[in-house]
Design a protein around this ligand. Sequence first.
Ligand SMILES: Nc1ncnc2c1ncn2[C@@H]1O[C@H](COP(=O)(O)OP(=O)(O)OP(=O)(O)O)[C@@H](O)[C@H]1O
Ligand SMILES: [Mg+2]
Length: 204
Amino acid sequence: MPSTSDDGRDSVLAERREDAVNAFLRATPALYRRDIGIHPHAAAWAAQTDNTATSLFLTGPIGVGKTHTAWQSARNWVAAHITRTSRRPRVETWRSTALFDALRHDNPDWNVRTLTRQLQEADLLYIDDLAAARVSPTGWTQERLYEIFDERYINRRPCLVTCDVLPGATGDIVGDRVQSRLREMFRGGVLLLEGADRRAGAAA
Ligand SMILES: Nc1ncnc2c1ncn2[C@@H]1O[C@H](COP(=O)(O)OP(=O)(O)OP(=O)(O)O)[C@@H](O)[C@H]1O
Ligand SMILES: [Mg+2]
């Protein structure tokens, strides 16, 4: 039977977890705040807390639920990574088009060096719609992507990516050296979501 002090520690943990999930929800786009059931592979990924964490690559056709699954997975991941004592994990969430743009040049909100470091060191990096950009990043942006992904790769920091093409087809976007690292980071972590465009169903 748990002691009173165990109960106290459990309630501290529950409270820290709730605070962290609520903070994450505030930064989540409104459409994706609703809790959904996710594929068991995504649920298992979000629940893993060891230091050899793999990354998760969600692929599938338009409207199948990749982005919503990713936000839900990231939310679950945050909850799973709260402990009674450690600091709250830092999650960076970016649409690929905004990310490539941000890495291209300094702007009033950040400089590229600082942003690169933040993306290297975040506990989880989530990039939505990796293949969305009509114009692929150029040499300079690909170099920043290399710095980000190489640092994450060598430190085994997890990434969460949604993309409407398979991971083998992103080389033109991220460049060969990043592509090689992504291949290893996502080995065993590619989840193909199958089904119809859920937006079409909603309109019917
Ligand atoms: N498991 C689910 N249960 C209920 N609704 C869902 C689920 N997954 C996604 N949806 C809803 O379906 C719609 C499309 O989902 P989402 O935006 O995640 O698709 P997507 O695969 O990312 O599309 P795209 O390829 O265009 O980016 C949204 O309204 C979303 O809230
Ligand atoms: Mg999407």
